[in-house]
Ligand binder design. Sequence first.
Ligand code: NAD
Length: 490
Amino acid sequence: MNLKQQQYINGKWVNSISGKTRDIINPFNQEVIATVPEGDESDAKAAIAAAREAFDNGGWASTPATERGTIVRKIAELIERDKEELARLETLDTAKTIEESRGDMDDIAGVFRYYAELADKNGGELIDSPVPNSISKVVREPVGVCGQITPWNYPLLQASWKLAPALATGNTLIMKPSEITPLTTIKVFELIEEAGVPAGVANLVLGTGNRVGSELASNMDVDLISFTGGIVTGKKIMQAASVNVKNLALELGGKNPNIIFADADFETAVDQALNGVFFHAGQICSAGTRLIIEESIHDEFVNALVERVKKIKLGSGFEEDTQMGPLISAEHLAKVESYVETGINEGAVLAAGGSRPNDPELKNGFFYLPTIFTDCTTDMSIVQEEAFGPVITVEKFSVEEEAVELANDSIYGLAGGVWTNDITKAERCVAKMRMGTVWINEFNLYFPHAPWGGFKQSGIGRELGRPGIEEYTETKHIFQNLKPEPINWF
Ligand code: NAD
């Protein structure tokens, strides 16, 4: 493999200080595809020290924003140049289909391009000062040293949402990818180096969340922690980050409702309900795993789903006809299996799937059949908790208010969808849905220009769009008295 397979700290490719390594496994066949350093707290501290020095005494923050934008644009160009290699690495590491990985790489280059364009458009604001003879202005400055922690489901996509705005605004950073899917992030750091980002500005540390991630979250020299991952980890990070009141950005889980009204275009809604869940075997934070279907079309809709689900082709992500790959790991497969078992025990009815496939060609991969549960109710834990796998739960409703009420009955608020040809009804629902993204006659679409993030326990802050770059800046008010004179109060 033409990849450094090292950490990148202070402009140098290095092994872990302890000398420990970790094998990276292909989830399709459990073969070892790479061996990378397993960093720990000491590696994280070295990277934090480098990032601190680069921020406090290096020139990145004061580099003209236009120049930073040019470098971020260069990273986008290099990603486009190496798109096929990156896509293949992502499919090896996550086992998602190569077409999905190629799409991810286009999106990732787009994220770098978008923030390259915004780099020099963060100028401040002149305030209409209420004080005579004064100038009041607001400027935006980089936050400082940023810790960035990413998950395994969209390894490089999630990394790009953090790297591009942080670099564009003049921060320095330490990134820690998921320990099980670090390969494309390593590759992008090769490109970051090639693009000319100065030493110490962007650092990559590999290792577990408990060792490297928690050091980033709790270290006094880190000014901001940006985390994408599960809710349990998010809460720990929030707590750890309180030691020095770090700026905090959390992109956590979702249990996303997809409401289907009887007047929706039936075929499109069925098709998109499947797309909303089964891409990347359901391992998507915004997957529309909670189908909420109007009573009058419920049976017909479920039958159509079941027919289509039976035909989903599982296999290697590199085969052209594969539609769905395996889950990410043995541990995650066990979690999905236990979730399905819970559903059966709770009284939900299995309409499709519910087991591993028995195809001998898939036996070495962490495969699970696309699964549909009907007769679900909001008090069931399978309706409330993320399976983060290829599992749909179906609930029924009879009136519009009930659909919205069901959709909002969740601790999460990441995303949701409404399918209907009555646009007024759609707008009424959307106005009441407590989620960061709501789609009308669409599901799972996103682009870098619009913000992404969650209401409620799905997170804090927004990535992408303008808010995604504002998270990496501090706002400073500068007031100048043009005619200073004594007040003579004391
Ligand atoms: P996870 O929380 O287990 O791990 C995410 C990252 O956090 C990994 O890099 C991990 O090593 C690190 N980590 C683990 N424990 C840590 C600790 N104590 N301190 C610091 N870092 C720690 O999540 P996962 O299983 O990798 O990813 C799946 C989750 O991510 C799902 O819940 C999914 O919904 C969520 N997700 C959310 C979004 C979003 O945009 N909201 C996007 C993708 C994934």
